[in-house]
Design a protein around this ligand. Structure first.
Ligand code: GUN
Ligand code: FE
Length: 436
């Protein structure tokens, strides 16, 4: 059964940090995206494609809307949904006072399921069709998330957090149980529908040498599986890592030593990485997730993303909300914060670059750009439909917009969940704003 959505389409065929916008960005007015069996069967100008559709094909028309690849959130903690906006602390105190308290609740599978449902519902309300998601130390937290995600047939990446020191006892595993439980989750979920497992050491300070060794061994057994963690977010954290791992040259050196830097390894933050560490990430093929709302919220600093993406040895970069340190599920609001972060370094992120990071750039950072992150025949049919006049202010502001770049910039600065008119996953509408 073929279905289609009709409206203006925006997607990327290249990288607007390295190529001119006209070569990297694709914009088609009044396009048709034809979907079949969960994939994009064809797309192009509606005038050319309409006649190829069977007469009974269902076409959803979105005049004055922009059809985008579904957004990709490269770094997010679903269990922290219930503790967003926790007052007053920076990273290490915030973890101890809020995060490690909240995450203990996920020993209860019913609680995990309820939070997973709220979390995925919010992602879909924000046009996010793929997340790379941290669970808690409890394997059941990941079962709950994958189960809920499978109800919407989402492409989702997630893993059980591994941590065996420097946290409350109730949140600790061991080197062996981290290995065994992660391995069992891989066998249970990896490649089931669109679920992908991610090996997930929380960050260097909460894993012993023994645990990092075991997770390195697991990673070596599964060379194609993704890895996620945190790196170089906060200055006190970095000093602590230096103390805990005196034998390693720097923070990136810790992950390298245990075989955790490689393609499809994605690290949150990287705000304070040295040139040598960025080079290590490039050489290994690892990626970074830029989490600007979180970096501002926790006072961690602001990433100079051009040091990553425009270096001679570039590091792949995606955008992360990093909830619950991040302040919004909205990738538009995350782009807004990424723009502000770029301004603190004196060179503004363009709208095209921001939309690229939130779609194809994120997919490349996660190693899934052959499946999602773009609108192309053969790719999985994950779409976000953006209403360009979603608030009275945006309606007014859009009357004064001169070109596409300005329209996109206004959307990412002023838009939020209200701008998402519909979200499609594997060709099916999984959210419609006006059907609340
Ligand atoms: N570093 C280690 N754990 C976390 C976390 O849960 N959130 C953030 N922002 N940083 C971390
Ligand atoms: Fe995080």
């Amino acid at each position: 059964m073929k279905t289609a959505v009709r409206g203006d389409v925006l997607t990327f065929r290249g990288n607007p940090f390295r190529e001119a916008e006209r070569d990297s960005l694709v914009f088609q007015r009044d396009a048709l995206v034809v979907m079949e069996n969960g994939r994009i069967a064809a797309w192009g100008p509606a005038a050319e494609l309409l006649s190829s559709l069977p007469p009974d094909a269902r076409i959803e028309h979105y005049p004055d809307h922009l059809i985008l690849p579904g957004f990709i959130d490269c770094h997010v903690h679903y269990p922290q949904t219930e503790m967003m906006a926790a007052f007053g602390e920076q990273l290490l105190d915030w973890l101890n006072h809020y995060t490690f308290v909240t995450e203990q609740g996920f020993g209860d599978a019913d609680h995990a399921r309820e939070v997973a449902r709220v979390f995925l519902g919010e992602q879909l309300r924000n046009g996010v069709t793929t997340g790379c998601v941290f669970g808690t130390v409890h394997a059941a937290s990941v079962d709950a998330l994958f189960e809920e995600a499978s109800r919407h047939d989402l492409r989702i990446l997630a893993g059980k957090v591994c941590m065996d020191r420097n946290a409350p006892d109730a949140l600790l595993d061991t080197p062996l149980t981290a290995y065994e439980e992660s391995r069992a989750l891989i066998e249970r979920w990896h490649g089931k529908g669109r679920a992908e497992y991610v090996i997930t050491p929380r960050f260097a300070p909460t894993s012993s040498h023994g645990q990092l060794e075991m997770l390195g061994a697991l990673a070596a057994e599964f060379p194609d599986i993704a890895i996620q963690s945190h790196i170089s977010e906060n200055l006190d954290e970095i000093a602590w890592v230096r103390q805990l791992f005196p034998g390693c040259r720097d923070y990136a050196g810790v992950y390298q030593r245990y075989g955790l830097l490689r393609p499809r390894a994605i690290y949150g933050h990287g705000v304070h990485l040295s040139d040598a560490e960025l080079e290590m990430l490039h050489d290994s093929g690892a990626s970074l997730a830029h989490c600007p709302t979180s970096n501002f919220f926790l006072g961690s600093g602001s990433l100079n993303l051009r040091r990553c993406v425009e270096a001679v040895k570039p590091v792949k970069l995606g955008l992360g909300t990093d909830l619950g340190a991040g302040t919004s599920f909205s990738m538009l609001q995350t782009m807004n914060a990424a723009y502000m972060a770029s301004q603190t370094h004196g060179k503004p992120l363009t709208a095209a670059q921001a939309f690229y990071l939130a779609t194809r750039g994120g997919a490349e950072a996660l190693g899934i750009s052959d499946k999602v992150g773009g609108i192309e025949a053969g790719m999985e049919a994950d779409l976000a439909v953006l209403d360009l006049r979603s608030t009275p202010l945006l309606d007014f502001r859009m009357r004064h917009v001169r070109d596409l770049s300005e329209a996109l910039f206004v959307q990412m600065m002023l838009g939020d969940d209200r701008a998402i008119a519909a979200t499609y996953a594997a060709g099916a509408a999984v959210y419609r704003r006006d059907e609340r």
